[in-house]
Design a binder for this molecule. Structure first.
Ligand SMILES: [Zn+2]
Length: 118
């Protein structure tokens, strides 16, 4: 069950909290956009942080209102692509929250579009 395929290229466990608890919440719109991004890139999208439970979110310095807590955000990398390029694709597929960091980008589905550099 846990390793269940939830779209063409993603399994549920990829979005689970990285604290080993196996807890996971995932918004269907986030998944749909990530699959679209994967299709556009033609390369695997690596989820470096998906769902976070409140204690794990605190441990990694996440904001108390982080969309990782509700399954509406992921931090991602695409091998061989600069975060700026990944952000460009993320905008194309309709992600509304896009944070660009050194080695990854944050994407989410917030109501009001925002882009930032971390
Ligand atoms: Zn994030």
């Amino acid at each position: 069950m846990y390793n269940i395929k939830i779209s063409n290229n993603f399994t549920l466990q990829e979005f689970a909290c990285k604290d080993g608890s196996h807890q996971v919440t995932l918004h269907h719109q986030l998944l749909a956009k990530l699959q679209h991004l994967r299709d556009l890139a033609g390369k695997p999208v690596i989820i470096t942080s998906g769902y976070r439970n409140p204690s794990y979110n605190k441990n990694v310095g996440g904001r108390p209102t982080s969309r990782h807590l509700t399954g509406e955000a992921s931090d991602i990398q695409i091998s061989g692509m600069h975060p700026d390029e990944v952000a460009h694709l993320a905008k194309q597929v309709g992600f509304t929250g896009i944070g660009i960091y050194k080695s990854f980008i944050h994407v989410d589905i917030r109501p009001i579009p925002t882009t930032w550099k971390g």
